[in-house]
Design a protein around this ligand. Structure first.
Ligand code: DX5
Ligand code: ZN
Length: 234
């Protein structure tokens, strides 16, 4: 098909408004023997948030860390702490995550049968509520809860481990969610396999908050890694 003059116009419009993303390094991929330095390094490298992956060995086949560790991390940084709960019975622990120092809290739609109540409790406690959704779960499940969420965390890998391969169908899922949200205020966060080569397409589809583990901590220069992610998202 011959490109129309409107294509050029659309391209010019898009390039005149570069996309701004937020970068949330996922500590899962950090060197835990030197956690304080790792946090300082990503903070100085321009991270916007710190992503904390909480796994219970039931909802996902892996176990990470809990409240005492979060409390220690809280003392090390002023960055907002963005906790991603991959746990069963998330409701039971929401208050405790606030006490430990979390600022954002995402719960999985698959683990929360009373999602509106959970999101409202998270907000009431002064945190930003988010709904996380697995690659195999339909967006139809969370549509009714969207007005109660500040963000939706779209998983672009099956949760449980860092360093997995990006699942390409997540791009279409982001695009679809963006069209459902329309002018609403809910923002899209994406998590899993986000690197220099995948961040562009998810940003173009409408994701604004990028969770990145091995794509930052797996590289020698965190500042360069975050800079490259922002550039690739434009
Ligand atoms: C996976 C976690 C992710 C993970 C991302 O279950 O939710 O936050 O740390 O790691 P990468 O960026 O390496 O895929
Ligand atoms: Zn995560």
């Amino acid at each position: 098909m011959t490109p129309s003059p409107y294509d050029d116009y659309a391209r010019a419009l898009m390039s005149s408004t570069p996309r701004k993303i937020q970068v949330a390094p996922s500590l899962l991929a950090a060197d835990w023997a030197h956690l304080a330095q790792e946090i300082k390094k990503v903070e100085e490298a321009g991270a916007d948030l710190l992503h904390l992956d909480i796994m219970d060995g039931h909802f996902v086949p892996n176990i990470t860390f809990g409240f005492p560790v979060i409390e220690s991390i809280r003392k090390l940084t002023k960055l907002p702490l963005d906790a991603h709960l991959m746990i069963e019975n998330a409701d039971r622990y929401v208050d405790e995550f606030r006490r430990a120092g979390c600022d954002w809290l995402s719960v999985h739609i698959e683990a929360c049968p009373h999602i509106n109540r959970t999101l409202n409790r998270i907000r009431e406690l002064g945190m930003k509520p988010g709904i996380a959704i697995n690659p195999g779960t339909s967006l139809a499940l969370l549509e009714a809860a969207l007005p109660d969420a500040d963000h939706v965390l779209i998983m672009s890998v099956n949760p449980g481990f860092g360093g997995q391969k990006f699942i390409p169908s997540a791009v279409e899922k982001v695009r679809k969610l963006k069209s459902i949200i329309g002018n609403g205020k809910t923002r899209i966060q994406i998590d899993g396999g986000i690197k220099k080569d995948t961040v562009g397409e998810v940003a173009a589809a409408g994701a604004e908050i990028m969770v990145v583990g091995t794509g930052i901590f797996g590289l020698p220069d965190y500042r360069a890694a975050i800079h490259d992610l922002r550039e690739a998202a434009k």
